[in-house]
Design a protein around this ligand. Sequence first.
Ligand SMILES: NC(=O)c1ccc[n+]([C@@H]2O[C@H](COP(=O)([O-])OP(=O)(O)OC[C@H]3O[C@@H](n4cnc5c(N)ncnc54)[C@H](O)[C@@H]3O)[C@@H](O)[C@H]2O)c1
Length: 438
Amino acid sequence: MRLCVIGTGYVGLVTGTCFAATGQRVICVDKDASKVDRLQRYEIPIYESGLGELVEENAQAGRLTFSTDLVSAVRDVDLAFIAVGTPPKTDGEADLSAVFGVAQELVKHANHDLVIVLKSTVPVGTNAQVQRLVADAKHDVQVVSNPEFLKEGGAINDFMYPDRIIVGVRSGHERARRLINRVYHPLNLSSTKIVWMNPESAELTKYAANTMLAMRISFMNELAVLCEEVGADVQSIRHGVGSDPRIGPQFLHAGPGYGGSCFPKDVKALVATARRHGIELELADATNRVNVRHRSFVVRKLKRRFENNLAGKRIAIWGLAFKPGTDDIRESPSITTIEFLLDEGCEVVAHDPEAIENIRETFGDKIDLVDDAYEALKGADALVLLTEWREYQYPEFDRIKELMRTPVILDGRNIWVTYRLTEQGFEYEGVGVQVAAS
Ligand SMILES: NC(=O)c1ccc[n+]([C@@H]2O[C@H](COP(=O)([O-])OP(=O)(O)OC[C@H]3O[C@@H](n4cnc5c(N)ncnc54)[C@H](O)[C@@H]3O)[C@@H](O)[C@H]2O)c1
């Protein structure tokens, strides 16, 4: 089949490349010429494990090409996937200007019947709006909703081996149904993966999934605060409740608050959409409020340790990406933490295996960024761990202690909680955990 994928970000590039890997001919289009230029040289603008090799392999095989020219790309394609960004507006609603803009261009330049697939995360009702937008097209244009569930850091695996493929299609759009079945066939050999529904349900399914996951995290973060107050241990509680198969263990880790390009924006967008319909989604709204409040926990803990005076303190941060396995810092807890620390007059020195360049764009020379994790610790008054990269799991604690001015560790992901660091002379705190007395 011939496909075009518009938007070559985390979702579009993975989608296009993986479809090419299943034998389809794919043109990936982006309006960012420098991105396209780099991709044409097999340079990957984002960090996603395994993606570089897959892009190169499929591009060299002639199945995957990159272009800025949407007009030529849409010619003769069976399906056009829209995977552009839908960032939040100030009122929390998703900004759909790129989605609508691309849909209009597609219809204007398609020289044949077309199926448009909405892969971007878009609020309920968007499919209907796009379908209305294309009503005057010269050809038959059917609009399908197919929200994406891949996770950065494991995106290729998620795409190639999906838990489910959500497809919202209108009744009567049989061509769309047939083409979706065909394009996903290699990922759906068992024929059990596609969950068909109407477009409104598909759109809401994506927001419901992200909000539910975010809700679990916010709940555990709130519980962690109570745990610290009453001497309970949030990790034990996680095991205790997570072993109930009705609950399951995932997304129950207390930490520095959820971040990334999806959870924060999608929770807010769901609340905003419901409000537009006169409905108050109180649980979703509280999920967001708890997360925002929780973001200051690092600073609160450090202030308590340093008697409310953080001015001049040198704070080392390990981990800037919103999670391991990606260079994505959008809405990362590291950003608000650094802002709070700078407001308190701290000196911040930070390390991350992949996200240094992105964070440099945000903070410029307001913070020190180092390529070696241990370099960050020289003369530090505290070490704050914010992203649980594998390379931070088993550090040389003797070396850490030698380098730091005061051996204070704030472990925002509870990865070192069992290491008996107090016995090694550290002042150790996690999130909602009880540290065994030495
Ligand atoms: N990142 C994720 O993990 C993830 C997971 C599931 C769903 N989503 C959703 O997928 C969508 C895309 O997310 P992303 O993280 O890939 O975004 P991104 O910002 O990484 O990529 C978007 C790309 O679209 C391009 N673009 C914007 N307007 C364009 C236009 N008019 N024509 C051509 N290209 C255009 C941008 O230049 C950019 O390269 C969003 O709606 C997001 O919510 C993201």
